[in-house]
Design a protein around this ligand. Structure first.
Ligand code: ADP
Ligand code: MG
Length: 525
């Protein structure tokens, strides 16, 4: 009876249970990982992505590939969101995350086939966490400025040409160091379709795509005081709809005179506070332009909120609501203001006294090149900011993963239960990173893995890894192939979580869909 009822409830549902569910989920993860594995590392190949609208894009970036893929399988979607979380939080290590998740699942499936229960495997995988944390901390080394810069460069390896990588890595490193906050949104990025990537620059302030409100306002090249108004200099509109009853001709003049006096009073307040430059979020009345010009106050209106916030960071200003109530602490300081025409468009460049808000202008001759440069810069900036927050480095070139695998294998020996097998499976899964790095460089994955493992054992150093440029096992510190600790740690933790959540699924219920024409058929019509 109960069974019958259940069957009735699930009539519109396809159901896959137990090991078959796991098998299907692992297959989806592997398919996804296969789509990006060839992009891993500096010798990774590019992918040509063609969108539904015929647009095309050449990229070496795993997450870009995944986001373009039209993926239906729920497990694949879950993996994509894990890699997106990696991208959002640390901006790098996305391909590694997907590849590692798939490998953890493949090894888990193998254990399931040998009779180990998925919950046992999940538990063994979890037991690796603390060992990994502790090992990563002991391997990592502090980063100085030069090493941070080379780490940013490593993160760009394989993305665009070397000239572009060097320029963007330097700009990202300089910008992140200047703000000192480790916040990527303290660095604004502006792309300009003119000149070449070599002409890209870091501006210690902000670039507004607008000009001063009035030509007669004098542009002074020197430093000065800036007030940021969270509002405007506009005539005060009556709150309630009131009709003005005009009894004699003088009344209307008197009304206008009061309005003008009111504007003048506000400009006088600005002048009394020694303001050289006013930036308003709302409008500035036409009538006030001449008054402001006469008072020597350079003014800008209708500046968007994100730009206002950035200006505050760059100048130390605090937005005020009422110009009659300016405190000295509200006033910011700029080092210079200048106007420049870029491609015929007016830009105003504010250089602030504080370095918490900076702008990077990326230049390039074509839209495609600019997009590529911007994507690469975003990644580089993410890595540079990670290093400001946590200046600790790990070796790249698979060294970290091999060191972890060696450590986990030793740890597994101390675990008496079946989790021991899961920990060994985890260790083996980590080796997928050096294996693919070797494979993508045309080297033999098994030989390279053995070579590095032996080199680490002989030198008793976790810093021996594979330099794919020379094809040799070498010290990653000397070869300057390094990664931020936070990126690698996040990638391993994210992959572990994703693999465990897939392992916990033993029942997949698919709602039956109405029969649909396959996409390709629709396209042919
Ligand atoms: P992800 O999306 O995971 O960041 P990448 O394509 O950026 O993938 O590749 C990153 C991997 O490439 C890291 O494991 C890094 O250590 C490795 N790598 C970078 N440069 C080298 C190099 N010269 N030799 C070997 N491995 C390198
Ligand atoms: Mg990377």
């Amino acid at each position: 009876m109960v069974q019958q009822e259940q069957d009735k409830v699930l009539t519109d549902t396809e159901r896959v249970v137990g090991r078959q569910a796991l098998r299907n989920n692992v297959a989806a993860a592997v398919a996804l990982a296969d789509a990006v594995r060839s992009t891993l590392g500096p010798k990774g190949l590019d992918k040509l992505l063609v969108g539904g609208d015929g647009s095309s894009l050449v990229t070496n970036d795993g997450v870009t590939v995944l986001e373009t893929a039209k993926v239906e399988h729920p497990t694949a979607k879950m993996l994509i969101s894990t890699s997106r979380a990696q991208d959002d939080e640390v901006r790098d290590g996305t391909t590694s995350t997907v590849v590692l998740t798939a490998e953890l699942l493949v090894n888990a499936l193998e254990l399931v086939d040998r009779g180990v229960h998925p919950t046992m495997i999940a538990s063994g995988y979890r037991m690796c966490g603390p060992v990994i944390e502790q090992t990563l901390d002991s391997i990592s080394k502090p980063a100085d400025a030069a090493k941070s810069l080379s780490t940013v460069k490593t993160s760009l390896a394989g993305k665009g040409d070397v000239g572009m990588q060097t320029i963007l890595a330097e700009l990202a490193h300089q910008a992140a160091t200047a703000t000192g906050s480790g916040e990527t949104d303290h660095v604004r990025v502006l792309t300009e379709r003119s000149g070449s990537i070599k002409n890209s620059e870091l501006i210690p302030g902000i670039v507004l795509v607008k000009a001063r409100v009035h030509r007669e306002m004098v542009m002074k090249p020197n430093s000065g005081r800036i007030l940021i108004l969270d509002g405007g200099i506009e005539k005060r509109r009556p709150e309630i709809e009131a009709s003005l009853k005009i009894t004699n001709l003088g009344a209307i003049d008197a009304f206008h005179a009061r309005e003008t006096a009111d504007l003048q009073a506000r400009v006088d307040a600005l002048k009394a506070a020694n303001i050289d430059c006013l930036v308003a979020r709302d409008g500035i009345e036409e009538e006030a332009h001449a008054m402001l010009a006469k008072a020597g106050i350079l003014s800008y209106r209708r500046v968007e909120r994100p730009e206002i916030e950035h200006l505050c960071r760059a100048t130390g200003a605090r937005p005020v609501f009422d110009v009659q109530e300016i405190l000295d602490d509200d006033v910011g300081q700029f080092n210079s203001i200048r106007e420049e025409k870029w491609q015929g468009v007016e830009h105003t460049i504010f250089e602030g006294s504080q370095s918490q808000g900076v702008t990077v202008v990326i230049r390039g001759s074509t839209e495609m090149r600019l997009e590529e440069a911007q994507r690469a810069f975003d990644d580089a900036l993410g890595v540079a900011c990670q290093l400001v927050r946590n200046p600790q480095l790990l070796p790249g070139g698979g060294a970290t993963q091999i060191a972890l695998a060696r450590r986990l294998r030793r740890h597994a020996e101390t675990i008496p239960g079946r989790e021991q097998m899961a920990i060994e499976g985890f260790a083996a899964a980590l080796e997928v990173i050096p294996r693919i790095l070797a494979e993508n460089a045309g080297l033999d994955p098994i030989d390279e893995l053995l070579k590095i493992t032996a080199a680490q054992a002989q030198t008793d150093s976790a810093w021996h890894g594979l330099d794919v440029n020379t094809g040799k096992a070498s010290d990653m510190d000397q070869a300057a192939i390094t990664e931020p600790l936070s990126v690698t740690r996040h990638a391993i933790a994210g992959a572990t979580e994703a693999a465990i959540s897939v392992l916990r699924i033993d029942d997949v219920l698919w709602a039956k869909q109405d029969a649909q024409e396959p996409d390709w058929q629709a396209d042919q019509d």
